[in-house]
Design a protein around this ligand. Structure first.
Ligand code: HEM
Length: 463
């Protein structure tokens, strides 16, 4: 019993989908190490200097110290460009790993008690990761940073009542002024510290509650953590060495009046960009106030609803399930004995097909997200397929409403069909491909009992 609980607390890797959390953790370690190295050379100041570094085309231009120091870091400090590129790639990989980890927890029901705390930590890490990435992108003060600053300005101005006040607090009396980059630097570092604290808290929770598992998962492999650390760090080193990212010398310094064509944000901000592009230019006037719904809805309402829904889902599911009374407070069927339920239910994961409604919600959400993301490329799609940007935009306006509904209905159907297949296999066995001939001359395929193949029948559920 003792050794079993010790095993539950140690890191185990019994299914490939568990690697996302590890990738996120090790990407964050890389972010912290490379970030600390960048801090040595980066100067978060908007004071103007004349650029006289090694890059000829920009020599003689007035640039901020932030831009000048990032140029120096990239082109003159030995290994500087490599560290910058690894930092940027690690940010992209970190957010992707957090998204996949959330998707895994959602699809397998790993957000239920006692792991709801971990779920909330990952949801917060997603929001903070996006904030850290966005503030990080502002820091070099290049043309892309300037675009991000314009977006932040529009979003702040669209907030009812406090928008103008928040705007002058961040930028001061002028745009862009001289305080926004130091402020963004402070937010960047603070966000990173909070994220580190959350990752430590998550680690402690995993140690306390142990790892969840599937019924038919492989036996645990303790050596997985060093392997995942090596793989993640190695992958980021290869990306940093071989794949250019954010070449600020090609973009040039930020200018409040300019934005380069084809500017795109980092991948995780793409869905907001898409939402902005397809939102009709609606305004609402109440008394003397005009609300710009065209900015407010895509940049604040949609992410607000998205993160609130993610955070609230475990509570909402518990509430609905306990009202229906068919399942216990953990959402497990009330079929097994109480003791068996208590030990099994906490650690056992759903197969996505076992909870068709939950799986369908996830696929509908991913479809909505993916369509918004694709809408961020409406100009490119129009260009490549010789269409007008208006036609592509109108297509996406309908697609983001109809697409998730189709995704929901078809996923639910597929899950129910897979459940039926599982029941069929459980009742009749698995096909072996061995044909036998009976004494009366008939041919039959031999079937092996399902359990021999490590397959378990699904628990049918309407959820
Ligand atoms: C953990 C501690 C961290 C430290 C000390 C740190 C520090 C820094 C510094 C000094 C810069 C400016 C240098 C430059 O622009 O090249 C920077 C840029 C940046 N940071 Fe961080 N950072 C940390 C964590 C993060 C995290 C968690 C993310 C996102 C998930 C992130 C994303 C970025 C991005 C996207 C840039 C712009 C990189 C570029 O210039 O291409 N950082 N960071």
């Amino acid at each position: 019993m003792r050794s079993l609980s010790a095993k539950r607390r140690s890191f185990q890797f019994s299914h490939w989908s568990f690697m996302f959390a590890e990738i996120a953790i090790w990407s964050f370690v890389v972010l912290a190490v490379t970030g600390a190295a960048l801090m040595v050379f980066y100067d978060p100041s908007m004071a103007q200097v004349t650029y006289d570094g090694s890059y000829g085309p920009l020599r003689g231009l007035f640039v901020s110290k932030a831009f000048d120091s990032t140029m120096h870091l990239s082109l003159e400090v030995r290994g500087g460009l490599f560290i910058r590129q690894v930092h940027h790639w690690a940010a992209l990989v970190f957010v992707a790993a957090v998204v996949l980890q959330l998707l895994r927890m959602f699809l397998t029901g790993a957000f239920r008690r006692p792991r709801t705390g971990q779920w909330l930590i990952w949801v917060t890490l997603l929001a903070l990761g996006m904030a850290a990435g966005e503030t990080g992108n502002v820091l070099p003060d290049d043309m892309l940073s300037g675009g991000s600053l314009w977006l932040i300005t529009s979003v702040l101005q669209s907030i009812p009542v406090v928008g103008t006040w928040a705007m002058s607090l961040l930028f001061g009396p002028d745009f862009p002024g001289d305080r926004v980059i130091p402020a963004m630097y402070g937010v960047h570092l603070l966000t990173a510290v909070v994220m580190a604290a959350l990752l430590i808290a998550r680690e402690l929770l995993v140690r306390r509650h142990g790892h969840s598992r599937f019924i038919a998962s492989l036996s645990a492999r303790r050596s997985a953590r060093p392997m995942m650390a090596l793989a993640t760090i190695g992958m980021l080193i290869i990306l940093g060495f071989g794949f250019q990212i954010a070449p600020i010398w090609l973009y040039g310094p930020a200018k409040p009046t300019q934005i380069s064509a084809g500017s795109v944000p980092d991948w995780y901000m793409g869905f907001l960009d898409g939402a902005l592009r397809i939102m009709p230019g609606w305004e609402l006037t109440i008394g003397d106030y005009t609300l710009s719904l065209a900015v407010l809805v895509p940049t604040l309402v949609i992410p607000g609803v998205f993160f609130t829904a993610l955070a609230a889902y475990p509570m909402a599911e518990r509430f609905l399930v306990s009202r229906r009374g068919r399942r216990d407070a953990l959402g497990r069927p009330k079929t097994t004995s109480r003791m068996a339920r208590e030990t099994l239910a906490q650690d056992l994961l759903d197969r996505p097909r076992e909870t068709p409604v939950k799986t369908a919600i996830a696929v509908a959400g991913v479809t909505f997200y993916g369509l918004l993301w694709a809408a961020a490329a409406n100009d490119q799609i129009a260009h490549q397929f010789h269409l007008t940007v208006e036609a592509v935009t109108i297509f996406f306006r309908f697609a983001v409403v109809i697409g998730p509904v189709i995704a929901f209905l078809s996923t639910r159907r597929i899950c129910l069909a897979l459940q039926q297949t599982d029941h069929h296999v459980a009742e009749h066995g698995v096909e072996t491909g061995i044909i036998t001939r009976s004494p009366d001359g008939g041919f039959h395929e031999r079937l092996a009992p399902a359990q021999q193949e490590g397959r378990e029948p699904a628990i049918t559920s309407g959820r």
